[in-house]
Design a protein around this ligand. Structure first.
Ligand SMILES: NC(=O)c1ccc[n+]([C@@H]2O[C@H](COP(=O)([O-])OP(=O)(O)OC[C@H]3O[C@@H](n4cnc5c(N)ncnc54)[C@H](OP(=O)(O)O)[C@@H]3O)[C@@H](O)[C@H]2O)c1
Length: 266
């Protein structure tokens, strides 16, 4: 595709998530400008600042923190044209709120995660109008990894908890296991890469919840070492801990939109 015919994209906000959406694949299919808090716009493909913006963007990604959008969002109206489709990646902020602040109905919500840069985001998409997801946009979103369409806006809040924040929860839990394994076998300097490989190996051969249940039972012989460990984990109410972790993130996503109460949108 020639440079001039590539769709034009504006990232409003260029922080952790925005940077992790950038990949060679994405840059090969779109031209990206990115705006930061100082009002500076950079051409990401050409790695240079641009002196004046042109509001001819096909896609405008909302990548600021929700609070920033609720406070300054109306200042972003000037970047939109009639053809612009707004793609919000923000946790919690509802379509109806974005409509009021940006004065447009051409909006979809997506929930990618930071693994997009490795093509491993399982990006959830919510739209009221399926026609917004044209072939260019599909290609763009597929550059992040896989896509999952959801029918109800509240499903974006579940996706925020499980697929947006979830990678951090999983990394934290795996790391606890790695650190505990090293502590237990301290005199022998356990290789942590082998412990991480153990996680991958278990998941390589068990890819459903049922398989994992059967796998646990197949190792846990009566009065054996596994059973003594499993009984201890269960007694510590680990299911409740994990459920509450996910529920807290979901509840927080739902709260965010109501924080607009004290702000006026004109
Ligand atoms: N991080 C994740 O894993 C993740 C996953 C899914 C969804 N999200 C959502 O993605 C959004 C961004 O999260 P993040 O972690 O990337 O946050 P972040 O690292 O704090 O990035 C926020 C960006 O917004 C910019 N910004 C602040 N005020 C602005 C303004 N008035 N105009 C233009 N840009 C402004 C900041 O600019 P400066 O660089 O100049 O400060 C920064 O680049 C959030 O809404 C979050 O809910 C994040």
């Amino acid at each position: 595709m020639s440079v001039t015919r590539k769709p034009k994209v504006l990232f409003i906000g260029y922080g952790h998530l925005a940077k992790s959406l950038i990949s060679k694949k994405l840059l090969s299919i779109v031209n990206i400008h990115a705006l930061n808090s100082k009002g500076i716009i950079k051409n990401i493909n050409q790695r240079k600042k641009i002196s004046k913006f042109d509001n001819n963007y096909n896609y405008i990604f909302l990548l600021t923190r929700p609070n920033t959008f609720l406070t300054f969002g109306n200042k972003f109206q000037k970047y939109l044209s009639k053809k612009s489709l707004v793609i919000s990646c923000m946790a919690g902020i509802k379509l109806s709120t974005i409509e009021k602040i940006l004065k447009t109905k051409k909006i979809i919500r997506i929930m990618p995660n930071v693994m997009a840069t490795n093509y491993k985001s399982q990006t959830h998409i919510y739209t009221k109008n399926k026609n917004y997801i044209d072939s260019n946009l599909k290609k763009l979103l597929l550059s992040f990894g896989t896509i999952i369409n959801v029918r109800n806006e509240d499903q974006v809040n579940f996706a925020t908890s499980i697929f947006g924040s979830g990678p951090a929860f999983i990394a934290y839990i795996v790391n606890i296991f790695v650190k505990a394994s090293k502590k237990l076998s301290k005199p022998y300097n356990m290789n942590e890469k082998e412990v991480i490989k153990l996680f991958k190996n278990v998941l390589d051969i068990n890819y459903t919840s049922k398989m994992l249940d059967v796998f646990v039972n197949s190792i846990s012989s009566e009065k054996g070492t596994t059973q003594s460990g499993i009984n201890y984990i269960k007694s510590q109410k680990i299911e409740k801990i994990i459920y509450t972790t996910l529920h807290k993130a979901y509840k927080r996503a739902k709260e965010i939109d109501s924080e607009k109460k004290n702000r006026k949108f004109k």
